[in-house]
Design a protein around this ligand. Sequence first.
Ligand SMILES: Nc1ncnc2c1ncn2[C@@H]1O[C@H](COP(=O)(O)OP(=O)(O)O)[C@@H](O)[C@H]1O
Ligand SMILES: [Mg+2]
Length: 350
Amino acid sequence: MLDSLVLHDFRCFLRAEFRPAPGLNLLSAPNASGKSSLLEGVCVALRLQSPRAGVLGEAVRREAGGFSLVGRCGDRELACHYSAEEGRQLKLDGVAQRKSDEYLRVGLVAFFSNEDIDLVRGSSSKRRRFLDFLASQCEAGYLKNLRAYERALRSRNFLLKEGPHRGRELAAYDGPLLSAGEYLVRVRRELSAELAPLVAKHVAAISPRREVSGLHYECSGGDDLASALAASASEERRLRQTVVGPHRDDVRLELDGAAAATFASEGQQRTLALALRLAQAELIRARRGSPPVYLLDDIFGELDTERRRRLLHALPGDAQRILTTTNWQWLEETGEAANWTIREGRVEAV
Ligand SMILES: Nc1ncnc2c1ncn2[C@@H]1O[C@H](COP(=O)(O)OP(=O)(O)O)[C@@H](O)[C@H]1O
Ligand SMILES: [Mg+2]
């Protein structure tokens, strides 16, 4: 749970402080006031990853040299500073961290946004990113292996681009590529198998119709990555890149037995995307013993009344939930919610 977050030079915020309540938080403010930026700040502070920006540099306030985020979770303090010159610098309870392992053990996040529909109809990279974000919160060694895989892949692809005369050097990277790659595939497969029934459950709960969802991890390298890599040698030379491995894998999503990207309606695709996020959050909780912070960025506008109601219902009452929208007029009773707005770059209680 996040007790407080102080943002400096992050997106549109010069300096802002947010002290969310432990339960339901409703943040309502006009467009371009900083709602998405605030939730992004929470996500970066807890997970060191932005749900929208590919690189953290984008989140630095224009005209500023770098941002800082300081989050408090109980008696833990997470501080993340980023600037172009110094890169990312982390402190945990005031102590500088060279690695992110300890830091990332503190906070768990599930992030819902309108772009989630791309999980269903976008490119396979969106689905790999979804699994990576999940796996990094469930398995302590995952990020280390992901980085090792990416390094080996970059080196191999560099050599393949250079041309056949560098072919002999390739073998040096096969070992690291395979050991990290096999680990990634194993973890992603296990998580996909655990996700499938949870996604099906949430699709059934959110959709007023009876739809059956399917989710299957698809390995570009089949069951044996080492053999697939060896067998792809001539294609690699032709295409000048590594053509099998977890960077080419995908997750097949189905609704009522048909590919969801092609056959499902937009409403059905949104339902499936929501179910994926809800399942992700539930799996994080199952693996880690406590729920993630639920961040829902302005997704209610795209849903009909019935789906809104069902979604609100599907969020666990004992988790911290931070929901943004331009207005809550459609919401009948908010119960115990803490209400917030953003005025001139400040987060204020209303
Ligand atoms: N790096 C940045 N520096 C300064 N302002 C930014 C930066 N990135 C985005 N903004 C601005 O921040 C404002 C708030 O954006 P956003 O958080 O998306 O608002 P909302 O979600 O409330 O619609 C926008 O006016 C946007 O142009
Ligand atoms: Mg927004």
